[in-house]
Design a protein. Structure first.
Length: 339
């Protein structure tokens, strides 16, 4: 089930006795837990029937004893265990306590809704407890969003808020905010508070409300390189060198590597009509990769990718670069890309 499906069922009062919310991406886990915490029980029912525990401060015996209680003057009781990845589950079959825990998950109390927020990790699928939860409850998997799916995710998330965003603005957010969905969602909230709903979000709005420079960013650097605009490329690199915290080299290198890898892939696409799908980009940006492929031949693109790997190692101190700063390394790199 998706997070949307689970929340839809909760709205319809279709509850499962156990929810295991697991995975490396905390955003959806937090979204489900927050919704359940606010909406499963009424305010009058919460006092006696809603319990929030933390994995590092509790144990399975305490959770099981709470889960086996019946609700007071309510149809359900809700038990939320946050940071459940910190719980000590014990070895199955090694003790009576472990058998007691397994027995509960094999036949959970229908009037208890037990939510296990198992963040930044995955529960061991080989365990009988996992299989019991999967059979009698819900196992929700929250995986990180892949880089190539990030821009569509931003567009869809903003659309769910009743807003629209231009492709360039969505790409700028994706490049600078990374794959931390909680961080992106927070920045989207800022945008929505400061922009009218009938206004399409543009790069200007991103610059003013999120603090990303419209002119001096990796996205603009890629465009300058693709058109061999030496002056603009140098202006952007000089800006990066003067603002290293806002433009860390590791992020710039990662974006450039992704960009030139897609250019190389474009060169070898048997059907250029499928470029958007094959490159994992919006159709809006295909023309940019087509133009870049005309600027950089396949051979030159191979050389650039080798340069990127070389300078990435230098920036991490794995290859000798003397005492050259990250800014100077970027200047060297861009010179070699353009010449």
């Amino acid at each position: 089930m998706s997070a949307e499906d689970i929340i839809k069922d909760i709205k319809a009062r279709k509850f499962k006795p156990v929810y295991l919310l697991q995975g490396e991406e905390p955003y959806y886990i937090d979204e489900i837990v927050d919704y359940m915490e606010k909406h499963v029980l009424s305010d009058g029912e919460k006092g006696f029937n809603q319990t929030v525990l933390y994995g590092k401060d509790t144990d399975m015996a305490t959770i099981m004893n709470a889960a086996k209680r019946y609700p007071m003057m309510a149809e359900y009781q809700l038990i939320i265990v946050k940071e459940a990845q910190d719980l000590k589950w014990g070895n199955e079959g090694a003790s009576k306590e472990a058998d007691f825990i397994l027995a509960y998950f094999e036949k959970p109390l229908p009037s208890t809704i037990l939510v296990l927020a198992y963040k930044y990790a995955n529960f061991d699928k080989r365990k009988k407890i996992y299989k019991a939860i999967n059979t009698n409850g819900v196992v929700f998997q929250s995986d990180p969003v892949r880089d190539y799916k990030l821009m569509p995710w931003i567009e869809d998330h903003i659309k769910s808020k009743g807003y629209k965003i231009a492709p360039q603005a969505a790409a700028l957010m994706a490049e600078y905010l990374g794959t931390d969905l909680s961080k992106i969602a927070n920045e989207v909230e800022k945008l929505c508070l400061n922009i009218n709903q009938d206004t399409t979000i543009q790069t200007d709005h991103i610059q003013r409300n999120i603090g990303i420079s419209k002119e001096y960013n990796v996205f603009e650097l890629q465009k300058a390189l693709a058109t061999r605009n030496v002056l603009k490329s140098n202006q952007i690199i000089n800006y990066f060198a003067g603002n290293p915290k806002a433009n860390p080299m590791i992020m710039v290198m990662a974006n450039l590597n992704s960009y030139f890898s897609k250019i190389l892939k474009y060169h070898y696409l048997p059907n250029k009509g499928d470029a958007a799908k094959e490159l994992g980009v919006s159709p809006y940006f295909v023309k940019d990769y087509e133009a870049a492929a005309r600027t950089f031949s396949a051979g030159k693109t191979f050389d650039i990718i080798s340069l990127l790997r070389e300078y990435d190692l230098k920036s991490k101190g794995l290859e000798s670069s003397g005492n050259i700063s990250d800014g100077d390394l970027l200047k060297e790199l861009v010179f070699k890309i353009l010449h």
